[in-house]
Design a protein. Sequence first.
Length: 139
Amino acid sequence: MQFSKFSFTNNKKTYLLILIIILFSGILGNHIHETYTNQPFSIETAKPNRTVVANLFTVGYDLNDLALEPGEVIDIVLINSVGTDHSFVLSNPFNSIYQYKNNYGEIVLRILATTEGLDNVICELPGHEGLHANFIIAN
Ligand SMILES: [Cu+2]
């Protein structure tokens, strides 16, 4: 059995080929990455499928019968919320929430429902534990 001696000149083509592969995979990788980052789904800019109104003080009762379909984006306008601070979160981390204020200064909760089942929206500020509502996500 014979072993060829290591020689840089004999392996030049191999090194060149590896270099070309590395460079092209870098270019291709960057291209794919750019394609994804140019078209992200953003709940902030998503158009809600519908808008419902709930009173901040009776939000649990007002949203009692709320049912969302998987994939649905809904805006919940909280009346009586002008001038107060709240930080609403969802119990299910697979669903998304985006809180913003509309032109009247009312808090709006935009929810993207992705996972079937029950979920709960609650204000996480201390003393605001009473501000919560259950809703169901089902087809
Ligand atoms: Cu609150």
